[in-house]
Design a protein. Structure first.
Length: 202
């Protein structure tokens, strides 16, 4: 028993050093999405007034953010379409089907941003919002979108780890014919609201 304890005491600082080294070799400002502390939710309003609430359970990605150099901002996020969930088996099947996401033929939704963040000053709330500009690939179709977000951080946490937090909402409305995502709203849906709350860590 004593031998095992000695081995553990010897190995513990080595493990800590390796963990620190693995973080230090990442590019400065590069953060990885922590799925267990992030959510990608949605609200779908049908034409009959019914509202369906749900989320995506499987997603991953990385974000490069430096609040002193927004020119170098970029983000890569992949979402597994089959992971869509409303806690209703029938509705999940409809949303995964041909009429909406067509998860069999298009298993991934991808978002890539390579453009600088746009600042949007919110005078009433006395903080700075941003607009993320990037390419969204959904159902095999690539469209340029703007997603308004609020970004806080970086915040230093335990063991020197840094996190940034990104929150935002975007609504796709049937009446907004200029919205590049309008094609997702077939003859059943009036609007879709996307709600993101992401924690990314390095």
């Amino acid at each position: 028993m004593k031998k095992e304890i000695i081995i553990i005491l010897i190995m513990l600082p080595i493990i800590c050093l390796l963990a620190f080294y693995s973080r230090s070799i990442r590019a400065p400002g590069e953060y990885y999405i922590v799925k267990d502390r992030s959510t990608l939710d949605f609200e779908i309003k049908n034409l009959d007034g019914e509202v369906v609430y749900g989320k995506f359970n499987e997603f991953s990605g990385n974000i490069f953010f430096n609040k002193h150099n927004l020119e170098n901002f970029n983000a890569d996020i992949d979402i597994q379409t089959v992971s869509i969930s409303t806690d209703n088996v029938e509705k999940d099947g409809q949303l995964r089907g041909l009429e909406f996401l067509d998860a069999v033929n298009f298993p991934t939704i991808s978002f890539t941003s390579r453009k600088p963040l746009r600042r949007k000053i919110d005078v009433s709330k006395k903080h700075t919002n941003y607009e993320v500009i990037g390419s969204l690939i959904i159902k095999g179709r690539k469209v340029e979108i703007i997603f308004p977000v609020f970004i806080s951080g970086p915040i230093v946490k335990s063991m020197g780890r840094e996190s940034v937090y990104i929150e935002g909402e975007r609504t796709i409305n049937r009446r907004d014919l200029d919205d590049p995502l309008n094609h997702l709203l077939n003859d059943k849906y009036d609007s879709v609201k996307l709600i993101i709350m992401i924690e990314a860590e390095k």
